[in-house]
Design a protein around this ligand. Structure first.
Ligand code: CAA
Length: 248
């Protein structure tokens, strides 16, 4: 890498986020993580990372809030320089059947999982186009591709992400800026281990031909590839990483 590229990972302290952040740092990127303002463990996480040799920039931001994203991006640009890579990874679930779902449960998931892609990408896209280099990786889900029981909100938001990816990829393709979606299946993170064990064992694991949950590092490895120079011809793609659970 001629010049150290700057990567922002939203939700960079979370289940997938920690693997993405550390692997990207290992790959030579300068990594800045964002975390939810309600995350009370950010300091201990940063201390732990420091003890492992990782010196991440870190900013609290509500990715559902446009102005918060704008302020944070300006701070990062000032402190670290222009953002070359954005991983829209932050996401939440509010799983419940449609019958039980209220408007607030719908809105929270749409805003945090889908609006966030607009809110964050908007802050970095003009700069990427001007510099004629950029990578945006939007983290969707197998459940945005195939639907999931108890996830009308999450599946809708995650499916929406890929529409956003495809449209924006068209607009900036000539500028050497790629926009891609990745769709992980069930990965061994807190979000998945929070699923009731009997549902995980009886309904979900039997659907995964590889016979296990995915590993966060496996997802991070795919993101590293998409950030690379070799991936310049991959844009507007939705890459599944789900142990064979859903093929299409
Ligand atoms: N497929 C088919 N049927 C299901 C099902 C599934 N995945 N999950 C639950 N059911 C059935 C149950 O077997 C039960 O059927 P019976 O009444 O005939 O016994 C019925 O639905 C009600 O189930 P619960 O008792 O669990 O109902 P609940 O209201 O307490 O909970 C739920 C419903 C919140 C949806 C709960 O079942 C659940 O958490 N399911 C898992 C949802 C899920 O897969 N979330 C993914 C999280 S991980 C993630 O999102 C990361 C990613 O990107 C992949």
């Amino acid at each position: 890498m001629a010049q150290q590229r700057i990567a922002v990972v939203t939700g960079g302290m979370g289940g997938l986020g920690e693997s993405i952040s550390t692997k990207m740092a290992d790959a030579g990127y300068k990594v800045v993580v964002t975390y939810s303002p309600s995350n009370t463990k950010h300091k201990s996480w940063l201390d732990e990372m420091k003890s492992q040799g990782y010196d991440f920039g870190a900013y609290p931001v509500d990715v559902a809030d446009y102005d918060d994203c704008a302020a944070m991006a300006a701070q990062i640009a000032k402190a670290s320089g222009p953002i070359d890579i954005l991983v829209n990874n932050a996401g939440i679930t509010r799983d419940m059947t449609f019958k039980k779902m209220g408007k607030a449960d719908w809105d929270a998931v749409m805003r945090t999982n889908l609006d966030s892609c607009f809110n964050m990408t908007k802050q970095v896209m003009d700069g990427m186009v001007e510099r004629a280099w950029g990578r945006v990786i939007n983290v969707s889900s197998v459940n945005g591709q195939k639907g999931a029981f108890g996830q009308t909100n999450y599946s809708a938001a995650k499916a929406g992400i890929h529409g956003f990816t495809k449209a924006l990829a068209l607009e900036v393709a000539k500028k050497n800026v790629t926009i891609n979606t990745i769709s992980p299946g069930y990965i061994g993170t807190k979000m998945v281990t929070a699923i009731p064990k009997e549902i995980l064992d009886s309904k979900i694991l039997p659907q995964i031909p590889v016979g296990r949950l995915g590993k966060p590092d496996e997802v991070a490895g795919l993101i590293i590839y998409l950030c690379s120079e070799e991936a310049a011809f991959v844009t507007g793609a939705n890459i599944s990483i789900n142990g064979g659970q859903h093929m299409y």
